[in-house]
Write a protein that binds this ligand. Structure first.
Ligand code: GLA
Length: 394
């Protein structure tokens, strides 16, 4: 009798316990739902990324929206180290080329994911004349200045101004003070770059700068995209559209000749979506000079300001990217200088054409080309420009 008493009280105890668990579960589930509803549209996680060879601490910020897009940015070069987006099946993969650690970013320089400055692309013979003064720049590309010089904005540690989260987006604001005559450029240039990940699966890059002396400026973002998410694959199977009737012709040094050539009936005509592989190996002097595509497109409708200028699509994964900018030009570079010597995080190497860049910008060598839109910034003005990369899958 006593044992059945124990049994029934034990049973009773278990029933109470189970009911309790059940209730708890419900409460917790409610909480989860409640929390989800209240969750920020974008979460931002800060971590330590490493220390540079000269002892500077580098941070990483990972922004993720509720849709699942995740972008990681490090303060070294303001670089995007990873950008995960969904394919048509909803599988998230990193679609930007990058390295595994800071040491590799410091060692090799294809400008993976970097903020490029003070002047994106080449300035002929590393010099230019501004209001009667000749400025001699650092030369890091034969006799030319490329992407700001020996120590461009891609190789400095940017200061964190802060992070913000609003109803529809999350932002990371970085800054860098480029001193007067750094790499030969005049003026103390105060630069801010704000990365904003939005609810609508777009990533804005906002650039702002002021100077205390008249200078030239051309900031851009140098991410290499491979929408397949498989970096062992070439990007020539991507389809591209660029809203441009003309492109900037180059000479054998990849310096603009000054001519803005029509794209009509050339491999440079991307006004209708076409495969990169269609024209990249064409017998064409400009293609041969670039070793593929490495040219600045003269984007249509600069008078409209911020507008949709380009698209890329990878049919295998269904990933789709749209680019919007207020800039007059976009360098479309097909990773022609990648040569299988740099390590990819998955153990492979980055081969020629394993990524492409859409670098929105002023035209290359504008400081020496009076007919190009001016890249001059005066002390009384503020340089402000925005580029958006918008992602989807279909
Ligand atoms: C730019 C240039 C290329 C090359 C890469 C970096 O896109 O146009 O010629 O220098 O940067 O490797």
């Amino acid at each position: 009798m006593s044992s059945s008493k124990i049994n029934s009280s034990t049973m009773f105890f278990f029933i109470i316990l189970m009911l309790n668990f059940g209730c708890k579960e419900v409460v917790e589930n409610d909480k989860k739902t409640e929390n989800k509803e209240m969750e920020d549209p974008v979460s931002i996680v800060e971590s330590n990324y490493g220390t540079t060879a000269n002892g500077e601490k580098v941070k990483q910020f990972t922004l993720q929206n509720q849709g699942g897009i995740q972008v990681s940015i490090i303060t070294y070069g303001g670089r995007i180290t990873s950008l995960k987006t969904a394919d048509k099946e909803g599988t998230y993969k990193n679609i930007v080329l990058g390295f595994e650690n800071l040491e590799q970013y410091e060692k090799s320089n294809p400008y993976f994911g970097a903020l490029v400055g003070r002047y994106g692309n080449r300035i002929s013979k590393g010099k230019f004349n501004l209001n009667g003064t000749e400025y001699i720049l650092a030369k890091n590309n034969g006799e030319n200045n490329l992407h700001g010089g020996i120590k461009g904005f891609d190789k400095v540690v940017w200061k964190v101004e802060g992070t913000t989260i609003s109803d529809s987006e999350g932002s990371l604001k970085l800054s860098y003070l480029s001193k007067d005559m750094e790499e030969g450029f005049p003026g103390n240039l105060t630069t801010f770059v704000t990365y904003t990940l939005k609810k609508d699966n777009s990533l804005d890059v906002l650039y702002e700068a002021t100077t205390d002396k008249t200078t030239v400026i051309n900031l851009t973002q140098h991410s290499y995209f491979n929408l397949s998410g498989d970096f062992s694959q070439s990007i020539v199977d991507h389809k591209v559209e660029i809203n441009a009737d003309a492109f900037v012709k180059v000479d054998s040094r990849l310096i603009p000749t000054g001519e803005l050539a029509s794209v009509e009936s050339t491999p440079f005509d991307f006004r209708k979506t076409r495969l990169i592989s269609d024209g990249i190996n064409a017998e064409n002097e400009q293609i041969e000079l670039g070793g593929g595509y490495d040219h600045c497109w003269v984007l249509n409708h600069p008078e409209k300001g911020y507008r949709s200028v380009a698209k890329a699509y990878h049919s295998g994964s269904g990933r789709y990217m749209e680019v919007l900018t207020d800039k007059p030009g976009m360098q479309f570079y097909t990773g022609n200088f990648l040569n299988g010597t740099l390590p990819a995080p998955n153990g492979g190497v980055y081969s020629k054409r394993s990524g492409f860049c859409f670098e929105t910008q002023f035209f290359p060598d504008s400081p020496n080309q009076p007919n190009f839109p001016s890249a001059t910034l005066k002390p009384e003005d503020t340089y402000t420009t925005k580029t958006t990369f918008k992602f989807s899958a279909e």
